[in-house]
Design a protein around this ligand. Sequence first.
Ligand code: SAM
Ligand code: FES
Length: 353
Amino acid sequence: TLGANWEEKSFFSLPSLSQRETLFSWWEDQPTETLTKMADEVCRKTYGNKVYLRGLIEFSNECFCDCLYCGIRRSNAKITRYSLTDEEIIETVKRGLQRGFHTFVLQSGENRADLPERMTKLLFTLRKIAKEDVAFTLSCGVYPREVYREWKKAGAHRYLLRFETSDPRLYASLCPGKTLDRRLQALEDLRQEGYAVGSGFMVGLPGEDARTRFENVLLCRDLRLEMVGIGPFIPHPDTPLGKEGHKSLPIEFTVRTTALLRLFLPWANIPATTAAGSLHPRGREMMLEAGANVLMPNITPVEKKKHYLLYANKICLDEDGWECLSCLSLRVASVGKTISFERGESVLREKAQ
Ligand code: SAM
Ligand code: FES
């Protein structure tokens, strides 16, 4: 069902093992400027100057998982836990619709007990207030396939679930009680249920190296992802990795990885992430210059935003998401692109339908 012509148009076809080595060395040897230029060209050929906007609503920081990097992990007793009410979520979506948003991302920690039924009901309500051309993306973690099926029937279109790292041993050591295989199975379940599938990884996790980052990109391609979210790992002081004193890699590593992603997945929607903007004042712009074509302004009610702290120094916590809109237009203009409020489906999906 995949648009075969996108395979041909892409910069590299799926490399064999020996080609992998050559490509890896090539990537290592290229100056960042060269990679950025090549990726930007491919991005503009596919998506023009458009940067699609997604309204991000972080509706709950309650989480059952205990990942060593994550600020909202179960064992972090220092944070204030919250869940927006259905009314608050509906109100935020209504405001977003008035502002012209055509995609909303509902993100939360993993709260297995009561989320499935609640989300199904909520989606039915949201579908009633939004027109057909509005897409709802969920990012709530791993659930049984039947739950994904119910959410799809209720009106969800897309799902974001990062695999975090393609190294199974590193994954298992960072996410106690979880496996990479289970996460990849969830991505396959989502695909089978008809979602547009998004995944991705962090750049610079302690224990990874350049080869891991390269394999991460290849895995994104093997999975034929419609969306890929990547961002730098940034330590949070109240997590095990933060306490051990790990540091982020400089932003350049995220930029080089973004460029490689764009070359391998010309069709993908790739956000310039908040984590990149938090690590470096021009982090998001640098990602937009290196092949990213999406921004996700955080429209979570401002009094709750500060509690969804995945990492230190997260930006835009005091800004109302609606204030970010004008800031973002300027930032996007500075790299010769324009904000688009369209629904912005991945071209891979458009060809397949
Ligand atoms: N619970 C859902 C899940 O697991 O997919 C969605 C929420 S989860 C907090 C969203 C993403 O935040 C994760 O996939 C991870 O890549 C990112 N993240 C968590 N801690 C981070 C950190 N310290 N630095 C950068 N990104 C982080
Ligand atoms: Fe939020 Fe600039 S994007 S203030």
